[in-house]
Design a protein around this ligand. Structure first.
Ligand code: WT7
Length: 648
């Protein structure tokens, strides 16, 4: 985090107040109502969250709302409940029993609808399957599946019996799966033969087979048949989903779990070392995702709500599964890519299912812009009433395009800032209350108390760039990093004592709106997903021809940030064939999402006299910027000219 010196250059003055018709029926109807909620939560957090907790169904009431201080907090102490019960069972006692919980479309065009009753039956059966495989409360279960309804069934089945799920996004490689299985000491892996992506098959089971050569805690594998491709089933270890389900009973009571019982682990990248196993707990997380879904997406029973994220990321955990289902919403899911078989697939789906709420990422929006307005213009998008954005700062021009072309200048846009660690949305407009500004995630949600501080931890005045921190705990915050509480304390709570430090730079304007400027650590944000420069570097260095590597981000039109690798070889000068080999090597080690955009060979890297790589210089070179920088600590001046000449 050296050299934090953040100057905000964005000057955006357009403002969009909520439309009267929207506010009239919204859950939070005005700025005044929002202010009242926010101040109530700030002044009396336990009173506020205590009353909010009544939105959950409890098996046993809690004694204390909040125990301890950041970083070691416990919420709803002594209470007992079940997340699966809150997402499914409680709706069966209402008219929602036969309401669609999931409307799903596969990439090839196959469709399915699961009512809450259907979801309950499948979840109970699969929970019994897990029990029959020896899974007990607290055991870790890896889920590595395509975006099919069964991934939700698998998650809710784990939650039902108190097993801790660890979902690995299907784009990760076998090595990445093995590393996560080992860290979590997973007992069972749930996967599929494959999934569909742009007409091609993602071979999930093959990757699992390869990963299991390196991870020895896994005893059983459950395989869903999705693509029908031939795979090997290892007798005694591998079981077909449909065989096990055929035998399973549809009755399985939801376990009564402590409020703080771990719900899931989700691995995310940090600036150093191996991926961090972010651990979320049952009550706080379920309540956080439920309330924020209601406030931010203004969810109603008549909505068809579509969050395009894969369930393998936190956005999918919180806003495809737990948050909307706890509200009894109808969730749209689509398995495949937005540009298959044509660039208008998303708009076709919105028209076909009359989607009302659409939540996607700026990287996708930039692709839509490039593919051309003719695609959305071919479809009737008037069912939409609310749009959302997540994953990285949205550039004002992309915001304006989203507003005009997709929203028909009618739909409010909620630009939602949050993180894997925060579990639920932290800073975002409330669509019936907040005046939005293109590029700003606007104001903190009730119960969220952010600040902008200097490196020394002092609050900074408005319109001054600094570090984004949280001054008060919130229910859905991560509880620890799995098996590494030290790293948890160091990463989030040591930088600015007494605060949660998010790793982002931001400023707050005169209206109290936040403008997030991006990460201040060595973490890239590629297509809205966090990647550690260090992980890409170690993948490169594991290649026999690579002596040293430095990885930096550079502005990329579609992905937000591209990956640029400066590589020093052990011998030879390197050529295009080797560049390709190194790109493939990184894909193999981490997965396609980490595939480098640029490889540049150089016989030396710019270093300080103490041997630290000077990344800010590399960042300028990667971006093609000829900036006059402070290079007084640079050890070898000649190296810069050589690096500039190394252009791909
Ligand atoms: C990082 C968290 C939370 C879901 C997806 C990513 C960036 C996320 C925004 C936004 C500006 C954003 C931040 C944050 N980020 N949303 N609306 N505006 N930046 O989750 O992988 O945990 O990444 O994504 O830099 O720290 P994640």
């Amino acid at each position: 985090m050296s050299g934090v010196n953040i100057t905000s250059v964005l000057q955006e003055t357009r403002k969009f107040p909520p439309a009267k018709e929207f506010s009239a029926t919204a859950h939070v109807k005005s700025e005044a109502e929002y202010d009242e909620l926010w101040w109530k939560a700030k002044d009396d957090p336990t009173g506020f969250w205590g009353s909010m907790s009544q939105n959950l169904d409890w098996f046993e009431p809690f004694d204390t709302v909040l125990e301890g201080e950041m970083p070691n907090t416990k919420w709803f102490v002594g209470g007992r409940l079940n997340a699966s019960y809150n997402c499914v069972d409680r709706h069966l006692k209402t008219w929602r029993k036969n309401k669609a919980a999931i409307i799903w479309e596969g990439e090839p065009g196959d469709t399915r609808v699961l009512t809450y009753q259907d979801l309950h039956r499948e979840t109970c059966k699969f929970a019994n399957v897990l029990k029959s495989l020896g899974v007990q409360s607290g055991d870790r279960v890896t889920i590595y599946m395509p975006l099919v309804p069964e991934i939700i069934v698998a998650m809710l089945a784990c939650a039902r019996i108190g097993a801790v799920h660890s979902i690995i996004f299907g784009g990760f490689s076998a090595d990445a799966v093995a590393e996560r299985n080992n860290d979590a000491q997973a007992k069972v892996v749930i996967t599929a033969d494959g999934g569909w992506r742009r007409g091609k098959e993602v071979e999930l089971k093959h990757a699992v087979d390869e990963s299991l050569e390196k991870s020895h805690t896994v005893q059983q594998v459950v395989v869903l048949r999705r693509t029908g491709t031939p795979i090997t089933m290892v007798p005694g270890r591998d079981h077909w989903w449909h065989d096990l389900m055929a035998e399973a009973s549809p009755d399985c009571e939801a376990a009564s779990l402590d409020s703080e019982h771990p719900l899931f682990i989700l691995y995310t990248s940090g600036s150093t070392g191996k991926p961090k196993g972010v651990l979320h707990s049952t009550a706080g997380y379920t309540l956080g995702t439920m309330m924020t879904s209601k406030w931010v997406f203004d969810l109603n029973d008549t909505d068809t709500y579509w969050c395009t994220a894969d369930v393998g990321w936190i956005t999918g955990h919180s806003y495809v599964c737990y948050g909307p289902l706890a509200n009894g919403a109808t969730v749209m899911m689509y398995e495949g890519a937005p540009n298959w078989p044509h660039d208008g697939r998303f708009w076709e789906i919105i028209e076909k299912y009359k989607v009302t709420i659409f939540y996607t990422a700026p990287t996708a929006i930039r692709s839509f812009i490039r593919w051309g307005d003719e695609w959305p213009n071919k479809h009737d998008l008037t069912s939409l009433r609310l749009l959302g954005s997540v994953g990285e700062p949205i550039n004002p021009e992309a915001w304006m395009w989203y507003h005009k072309v997709i929203g028909g200048e009618r739909c409010p846009i909620v630009d939602t800032w949050w993180q894997t660690e925060t579990g639920s949305i932290m800073i975002s407009p409330l669509p019936g209350a907040t005046t939005t500004k293109p590029g700003s995630c606007t104001r903190p949600l009730p119960g969220v108390v952010p600040d902008i501080v200097s490196k020394e931890g002092e609050s900074l005045p408005d319109n001054t760039g600094g570090l984004l921190v949280m001054r008060q705990p919130w229910p859905s915050m991560l509880r620890t990093l799995y098996n590494d509480h030290e790293r948890f304390l160091k990463t989030y709570f040591s930088e600015i004592p007494g605060c949660y430090f998010a790793g982002d730079g931001a400023r707050r304007d005169e209206d109290g709106c936040y403008w997030v400027m991006g990460r201040v650590d060595d973490v890239l944000n590629v297509s809205g997903h966090r990647l550690s420069t260090m992980e890409v570097e170690s993948a490169l260095v594991s290649h026999p021809l690579v002596a040293e590597a430095a990885v930096v981000g550079f502005p990329h039109e579609i992905k937000g940030e591209g990956i640029c690798c400066f590589v020093t070889l052990t011998t030879g000068d390197g050529d295009d064939a080797l560049k390709q080999q190194l790109k493939d090597h990184v894909r193999k080690q981490i997965g396609a999402l980490a595939s480098p955009d640029m490889i540049r060979f150089s016989n030396a890297l710019p270093k300080t006299r103490s041997g630290k790589i000077m990344r800010r210089l590399l960042r300028d070179i990667a971006a093609g910027r000829e900036r006059v920088q402070d290079t007084t600590t640079l050890e070898d001046y000649g190296v810069l000219a050589k690096l500039r000449a190394s252009e791909e």
